[in-house]
Design a binder for this molecule. Sequence first.
Ligand code: NAG
Ligand code: NAG
Ligand code: NAG
Ligand code: NAG
Ligand code: NAG
Length: 631
Amino acid sequence: MQKVFIIYLALLTLSLATAPFQVQCPSSPLIREAKNELCSEESLYLRTKEIKTKNKLMDFLESLTEAKFNSKFYKRVRKDPPKLGIAISGGGYRSMLIGTGFITQMNDYGLFEYSDYIAGLSGGSWILMDLVVQNFEVGSLLKEWDLDEDLLPGIPEFDISEEDIVTNAKKEYSENDIRIKKREVKKTQITSFSEFYDQVELVANTIGERSEECRLTKRNLNPLTRLKRIFFPNNTFTETDAKIETFKTVLDFYKNLHLKTKPKKMEGFQISFTDYWGKAIVQRLKKSFEVHNHNFSFSKLVQSSKKFKECSVPIPIFIANCKNGLLSNVIFEFTPFEFGSWEDILRLFVKLPYLGSKIVLGKAVKCVNNFDDLGFITATSSSIFNNVLIFIWNLASQSSRDAMKALNMVMGIFGLGKEEIFSISKDSSRLETDYAVYQPNPFYLYPGKDNVLTSKNHLYLVDGGEDGENIPLRTLVIPERKLDVIFVLDSSSDIDNYPNGSKLKRIFEKLDEENIHYQFPNNVKTFSHPIVIGCNAIKRPGHDSFLPIIIYHANSYHGHVSNTSTFKITYNQSEVESMLLTGREVFSNDYDIHYKNCLGCILTKRTMDRLPKKKKFSPFCLQCFKDYCYS
Ligand SMILES: *[C@@H]1O[C@H](CO)[C@@H](O)[C@H](O)[C@H]1NC(C)=O
Ligand SMILES: *[C@@H]1O[C@H](CO)[C@@H](O)[C@H](O)[C@H]1NC(C)=O
Ligand SMILES: *[C@@H]1O[C@H](CO)[C@@H](O)[C@H](O)[C@H]1NC(C)=O
Ligand SMILES: *[C@@H]1O[C@H](CO)[C@@H](O)[C@H](O)[C@H]1NC(C)=O
Ligand SMILES: *[C@@H]1O[C@H](CO)[C@@H](O)[C@H](O)[C@H]1NC(C)=O
């Protein structure tokens, strides 16, 4: 027992180091009103980056012998190099793995580091987390991921569409919907339930809980008993050893998450399911990262990365949606510099290191650092996986009444009382346990902006894909970022877990409302090759710049299985290989050399479009545009 006690203390000390801590407020403002410009750090980064990485593009172009570019062309490109961005869709591990293959192939062409941005949401954001942890070394991606371990222990693999998870989190499913995967459960040290109870209590005591959780765990053991009933409906704990082991492993896992999340709560912050999910996703990295680096702050990690300091890698952007009031499709972004939204309703940003600070009327009252935990931000973008947890609890219990009970109980164990859940659900009509709670709200009562985003002292953020906008495209299309070409990788699940373009279509409809018109290629027969959209140089309304060209890549069959379920949560080595290969093939159009040469024409098209004279394109390039451009 004593040994356990010491281990918990050690864990506690570790996790305390990653909780937000108070700092002195800087004298400069923490909030920026975005008029028509990027923040100064971002602009400076991009200016330096252009000089740093221009040769990557030149090398790529010079390698294209078929395109036969001439010296005038190279001179022109050097003078006005195109700006590239990458958008990686959601789709769980499927998207992460295909995306990793995709950017690995881009990197082989020299085009990854040349790109200015890589935006990700949900499963796509896991690549961003991996990149940050790996100091932006594409070759090191996935090295630390434990893909053969359950993403969330105790949760069986199942094959249900994203749609169901998003809209029907409360719906009940039958056991038949789920392919329960038999896995050998690792033996834990605990030998009996009473010992397990003791441990839970010990944890509670160690942390010195005072509030309602103390009641929950100390005064009676009801919640645990109830949890046991979910696993052992007939209240016979002697059922099977395997089941008992599973139960212990699962509970142990979640208890551990609780322990790691506790310090943030003790610092007085509102926590949500996403905090637990954030700790869980970080744990998937084999390298016990926290042991080596106590600063898990996104801004600090990035700033301490050599490649980022050199300005030689794309800026990662995490995307989430805001659910204050009845908002939909309101996008928020986290860059290493700031957090906020470009949407007309807000256009405010807070300096990322100071996220979590108390800021009222735009004035800093109490400042903290380390709220911008990388796991928490990643989890916010991929909070759809909260629903998986909830969904499973639903399934595990027999009736919705029990489901509610179980949910409350689990939330209780996680330190979230009923009141929090109900206060959230009052805000809109459904039970929004998947919200990531950002409190304090940095934009609280910001002068001149009186709306649902500033009137409450919290922001509710959810999975970037929840409003059907599963591709982080809009954040890259904004005129401020001045991009010329955006590589889109879509690994959404529309039909048989393959995309059919409907997510892109949806975003185009949304952009239409903003007076930005892209034509969705309705005449496309197959999405198994890259589709270039918006080739014709069209000026942005109200701006002197052209709309970016979009190269749309859909996950599709390239000889290996790549349409795995969004909620497939373990992959063996050969499955991983198939996904990575598919990603490479999707980007390179099956290593098509002609396409690669055409890519040279497409990437530099805007550079040439900006020239006043006619006849700027070679016959080769003109043919490429004919072959690959739609609308
Ligand atoms: C629980 O008990 C009932 C009747 O005693 C039985 O029909 C049912 O299969 C049992 N359930 C489990 C999961 O063992
Ligand atoms: C990590 O954070 C501590 C403050 O908690 C700071 O003193 C230290 O310099 C940071 N280290 C890095 C590498 O940023
Ligand atoms: C993958 O696609 C094939 C058809 O191409 C389909 O038969 C199969 O069910 C799909 N698998 C999954 C897991 O969706
Ligand atoms: C894609 O598939 C969905 C069904 O999953 C369908 O509703 C939609 O119309 C399709 N979209 C396109 C662009 O084919
Ligand atoms: C990996 O999983 C696939 C099923 O998805 C299976 O066919 C294959 O044998 C497995 N490979 C290994 C090495 O376990």
